[in-house]
Design a binder for this molecule. Structure first.
Ligand code: NAP
Length: 301
């Protein structure tokens, strides 16, 4: 499929991801014809942002207008919306229907396949988009993980290429674990940075000063993991087997809130496992650290 034969696109769900894919697809010369969903004002605004060819319409009309229909509504609404549209025969046979959820597989769109002879797929961009502008900026370069019917996947891979993203395949059954991995890497990193800031505040540091001061070490850590992998990138007291230092941390954390204590011990244990796997500490040191973390669990004497 060359780019000039690329199917006409309709977008249902004029939010961050839908609008941004529409804008980038239009810039790439693909035709985004219809935008629907949310309030009329939101669909109008998204259509205007996407380009001259795009017009706002009803959800049913959008489902019928696109040869590729992207359903970019919140995850919890995808299956219901698709089922309603399929029941009304809103999709023409042969339409490619896809969503952008990380956790759901294309099976959430099964009614479109079963009742309207559509091809179904999913394409999840592994990036975080707090705003449309951020999505327009960060979709290019992002990895998009695709699965579904072969023709749908081939089309989504072309779409990813057109918007400057990279594509890769994921097994249908792997989607929940894949999404859990994305949540750990992205959302939990944010929660970890917040926990570190609260600990720094316990040390008497101003939160904003800490957040500014910690930025270089966070960036260097991410760079190191990318360049040489987690096993080689790991430094610090656990990797060195400095048991007394870890004991001092646990002593000072005894006065911290329960959540921070649990977090320190749980991440500490993951770090011990990694350090052992990387050959940085002996099994004896690992066992001693593990016992210390267990003893530190809230509720233990
Ligand atoms: N944002 C991210 O970081 C990100 C990253 C990767 C993948 N994704 C995936 O992309 C998809 C969209 O996420 P998003 O962040 O773009 O969401 P969003 O900004 O909240 O946009 C969702 C849009 O869908 C509309 N909508 C809700 N229910 C609808 C319905 N029943 N019919 C038609 N339109 C409806 C909403 O309108 P109202 O506002 O009026 O309800 C809104 O315009 C999700 O599957 C998400 O998992 C998001």
């Amino acid at each position: 499929m060359s780019m000039d034969q690329f199917p006409n696109i309709a977008i249902i769900g004029p939010g961050k991801v839908g609008t941004a894919i529409g804008i980038l697809a239009d810039r790439a010369g693909l035709s985004v014809l219809a935008v629907a969903g949310g309030s009329d004002a939101a669909a109008d605004a998204a259509a205007t942002a996407i380009g001259e060819c795009a017009s706002a319409c009803s959800v049913t009309d959008a489902a019928g207008a696109g040869e590729l229909v992207l359903i970019t509504v919140p995850d919890d609404r995808i299956a219901d919306l698709c089922e309603q549209l399929a029941r009304r025969q809103a999709f023409a046979p042969g339409t490619i229907v896809a969503h952008c959820s990380g956790a759901l597989s294309s099976e959430a769109l099964a009614p479109a396949r079963d009742e309207c002879c559509c091809l179904i797929g999913s394409m999840h961009p592994l990036q975080t988009f707090p705003t449309v502008e951020a999505a327009v900026q960060r979709l290019p370069g992002a990895w998009c993980f695709c699965e579904g019917d072969e023709m749908a996947v081939a089309c989504l891979e072309k779409l990813a290429e057109a918007i400057g993203a990279r594509s890769a395949r994921i097994a249908k059954a792997g989607k929940p674990a894949y999404h859990a991995a994305a949540v750990v890497a992205c959302n939990y990193l944010v929660a970890l940075m917040d926990a570190a800031a609260r600990l720094a505040q316990q040390a008497g540091l101003d939160r904003q000063t800490w957040l500014a001061a910690v930025e270089p070490i966070i960036r260097a850590t991410v760079d190191n993991v990318s360049a040489i992998g987690p096993e080689k990138a790991l430094t610090g007291p656990i990797a060195r087997g400095d048991i007394q230092t870890v004991r001092r941390h646990l002593d000072t954390l005894a006065g911290a809130d329960e959540g921070l204590r649990r977090l320190y011990a749980a991440c500490g244990q993951q770090t011990v496992d990694l350090a052992l796997r990387a050959g940085k500490i002996s099994a004896e040191v690992a066992a001693e650290l593990t016992a210390m973390f267990r003893r530190s669990e809230p509720g233990r004497p």
